[in-house]
Design a protein around this ligand. Structure first.
Ligand code: SF4
Ligand code: SF4
Ligand code: SF4
Length: 248
């Protein structure tokens, strides 16, 4: 049986998620042994128009990005978005809070009007094409990436947490950072990182995006206990929550 052909593409991003894949070291060799990687700019010079699985990193910020993404989608049987930039627009969506001409001037100065330096409203991948699977985080968790890809390769539906970071945090027995005046976003953010930040004493800043159907009532109870309201919590969802259009 032939191995599935995989291609990895990047759009507007820091490429940190691809670095996480490279960091898998021994595990990556296992994964690569199970697939045929036909294009991956970060790691090889070959290119191909034939692939079964397309892995997309980065957000969509220019008209030519849209065209390229549509073409990739038309060629791939399965499309996986990896990392906050691709899955929710990530930090790149901060730009959408400002006038685009101001953004262009701020970044490119006197060159702002040159055609190849244009930039448009940032979009997540699923705002342009259908996405089959999403791997969350900024960057993605390397182990989670490997587990999800492995599940797909054996035809299983990967398990992606649909509960908030607080669940993992409490399972680890961490003291809640709200007790220490840190406005942690754990109650409304998707788990899967094993509460990485609160476990290290830093509040969750929401890199995995909002959990589907957050239990707002339960979150409200917690928040009100500390004299705040749900809008206070959402107002802290700036770095990764800008323009996600979620009203809690
Ligand atoms: S999600 Fe974060 S680590 Fe991944 S490419 Fe975007 S900015 Fe970089
Ligand atoms: S709010 Fe933050 S620190 Fe508190 S339990 Fe939830 S994830 Fe942990
Ligand atoms: S705790 Fe929050 S910010 Fe930290 S890795 Fe997990 S989801 Fe991202």
């Amino acid at each position: 049986m032939s191995k599935p052909k995989v291609a990895i593409f990047d759009f507007a991003c820091c490429e940190g998620c691809q670095l996480q894949i490279v960091n898998l070291e021994e595990e990556i060799l296992d994964l690569i042994g199970a697939v045929d990687v036909v294009e991956w700019r970060e790691a090889m010079s070959e290119k191909s128009h034939e692939y079964d699985i397309a892995i997309i990193e980065g957000s969509i910020t220019r008209p030519e990005d849209k065209e390229r993404l549509l073409l990739i989608r038309s060629r791939a049987k399965i499309l996986i978005a990896i990392g906050a930039c691709a899955v929710i627009g990530g930090i790149n969506k901060l730009k959408n809070n400002f006038d685009l001409d101001d953004v262009r001037r701020c970044v490119y100065g006197d060159d702002a009007s040159r055609p190849h330096l244009h930039t448009e409203t940032t979009m997540a991948v699923d705002e342009v094409v259908e996405v089959d699977y999403k791997i969350y985080g900024c960057p993605v968790e390397a182990k989670e990436f490997a587990t999800i890809i492995r599940a797909l390769l054996i035809g299983k539906k990967p398990e992606i947490p649909e509960y908030p970071v607080c669940v993992e945090c409490k399972a680890k027995g961490n003291p809640c950072l709200w007790e220490y005046d840190q406005l942690c976003l754990g109650p409304i953010i998707r788990a899967g990182c094993e509460a990485r930040c609160p476990s290290a004493g830093a509040r969750c800043i929401g890199c995995r995006g909002y959990v589907d159907n957050p239990n707002v009532d339960a979150a409200k109870d917690v928040i009100e206990k500390y004299g705040l309201n749900i809008d206070d919590l959402q107002s802290k969802m700036i770095l990764f929550g800008s323009k996600q259009g979620v009203k809690l």
